[in-house]
Design a protein around this ligand. Structure first.
Ligand SMILES: O=C(O)CCC(=O)C(=O)O
Length: 258
């Protein structure tokens, strides 16, 4: 897997401008980096403009456009997450598309973040879609605040996930938490973590970037700063098996004791 992380700014409440940015960045990642996986951040269509969701949340158009984009470039597109409306509910939904333009999975954020008042507008998702098939392996998918719940990542790892995508809009002053939690999740679950965060500001936050890929031994393979950028690395999932053999954490677990 050659994976590009799109660390981008998001224009507050401006889905049209943000779509243009996504199209441009994805094309750039494929042309310049030769990536076959491209990953976007959380809520890139709307930002945290939650009070205007009735006007700006997607109503079914974006998944089709994103599927076409994946097909056009022949990539797996981990399409960050989008604010969308279905029926009368608003969701923070993450999609992955295949190079054939099919939906590989859709996961809706389970843990709503009260500090951003998500629970006042959004409906929490269920766990469906957080685990998805990846050839002979499994992958995991989560959104921002989900990272703070170690049992969520653990349950995905127990069910076979060897790689976890974390899409985020994570702000200062918690850069330290972002970096350490991602590294801890990789080390304790002996899995690859691909974590993509936005940069820039909105009326209430300054977002801290530092998108990163961490290997199952806890080494940081690539890490961004706080500017817009595309960060690329190769990932070898066979390393997960090697690390799990060396320190057999999953065999040594004592669930009866916890
Ligand atoms: O947990 C955090 O500190 C940040 C979470 C967040 O910003 C989010 O879930 O959107």
């Amino acid at each position: 897997m050659r994976i590009s992380l799109i660390q981008m700014d998001v224009s507050f409440g401006d889905p049209i401008r943000n779509w243009q940015r996504v199209e441009q960045r994805v094309s750039q990642a494929v042309a310049q980096e030769g990536s076959n996986w491209v990953v976007l951040p959380e809520l890139w269509n709307t930002g945290y403009d939650l009070t205007r969701f009735e006007k700006i949340a997607d109503r079914g158009e974006l998944p089709e456009k994103l599927a076409m984009l994946a097909k056009q470039h022949q990539i797996y597109l981990v399409a960050g997450s989008i604010g969308e409306k279905e029926g009368e509910q608003f969701y923070n939904s993450s999609y992955i598309f295949s190079p054939e333009g099919r939906i590989v999975t859709r996961y809706r954020k389970v843990h709503l973040f009260r500090l951003m008042e998500e629970e006042k507008v959004l409906t929490a998702g269920k766990r469906d879609g957080a685990l998805f098939p990846l050839g002979d392996d499994w992958g995991g998918l989560m959104i921002c605040y989900d990272l703070r719940f170690p049992e969520f990542t653990r349950s995905l790892a127990i069910q076979g996930a060897k790689i976890l995508f974390v899409v985020a809009e994570w702000p200062h002053p918690r850069l330290n938490h972002w970096r350490l939690l991602n590294q801890a999740r990789a080390i304790e679950n002996q899995m690859v973590i691909v974590a993509v965060n936005r940069v820039g500001t909105d009326p209430n936050n300054q977002f801290c970037g530092h998108s990163m890929v961490i290997d199952p031994w806890g080494e940081i393979l690539v890490e961004g700063d706080e500017q817009e950028g595309i960060y690329t690395t190769d990932v070898d999932l066979s390393q997960v098996t090697t690390v799990r053999k060396k320190i057999p954490v999953f065999e040594d677990r004592m669930p009866d004791c916890y």
